[in-house]
Design a protein around this ligand. Structure first.
Ligand code: ADE
Length: 236
């Protein structure tokens, strides 16, 4: 099985330029991930290739037209498939490691995920009402478009696709797995500026090392992100 993402965007080249990233390229080359870019401008109905209009009732900025987005979406909608349509907006539900993992596992139960990247001041609400299953945000700040959120999703998901990271373990040991941050890490030289690497890491005792990493993960999380621990305790 593989993760299938289709992305409707005004800046396909922005997204494409990032797909050469080592991790993502590996997922694409191994056919564990497929990404199809649908350039929204191709569906413009005028010679200026514009896709936006001023909002009714006034207000700043331009909105992407519902009819043009629909034309783009209809080229990939398929009644025979269970497709999930996501729109990126700061109004959406926060995209976290848990969602990334769910997409990597079984695409949240869908056959295919369609990501809609907005631009300008947003999109016509009627399009959202008619076609969008879920709205996602990547954080509490306003970006100019959904392309960076789409890249965030691609990269976060790729790390969880089995066979992409070196050791299967790696993504699961990384920060935020189970709402825990990662233990501190050290490499050569063993002593640097009079600072030593913790003895346990040089001991070769794998059980002890594992215990130390777990203990440190808890400590680091308690110190830096106590909110994660609260969330973790309420889940278990
Ligand atoms: N579009 C604009 N800002 C965004 C955000 N923070 N998350 C997702 N999509 C966005």
């Amino acid at each position: 099985r593989r993760v299938q993402l289709k992305i409707i965007t005004l800046f396909p080249e922005l997204i494409r330029s990032y797909l050469g990233d080592a991790l993502i390229a590996k997922a694409l080359n191994k056919n564990l991930l497929s990404i199809e870019l649908i350039p929204l401008r191709d569906f413009s109905d005028n010679s200026y290739k514009s896709v936006d209009e001023a909002p009714f009732g006034g207000g700043d900025g331009m909105l992407i037209r519902a009819d043009i987005l629909e034309k783009a979406l209809l080229t990939i909608l398929d009644k025979a498939k269970n497709q999930k349509v996501i729109y990126f907006t700061p109004q959406g539900k926060l995209f976290t490691s848990a969602e990334a993992q769910q997409i990597a596992q079984d695409q949240m139960g869908a056959d295919e995920i369609i990501l809609i990247c907005g631009r300008y001041a947003g999109v016509d609400q009627r399009f959202i009402d008619q076609y969008v299953d879920e709205e996602w945000s990547i954080g509490d700040y306003v970006l100019s478009g959904g392309e960076i959120p789409a890249l965030v999703v691609i990269e976060a998901v790729s790390r969880f696709v089995p066979g992409v990271l070196g050791q299967l373990q790696s993504a699961e040991e990384d920060s935020l797995q189970n709402q825990l941050l990662e233990a501190p890490q050290y490499t050569r030289p063993q002593v640097w500026n009079e600072q030593k690497v913790p003895d346990v890491l040089l001991s070769g005792d794998h059980k002890k090392i594992k215990e130390w990493k777990q203990k440190m993960a808890l400590e680091v999380t308690q110190k830096k992100r106590p909110d994660l621990l609260k969330k973790r305790n309420s889940e278990t």
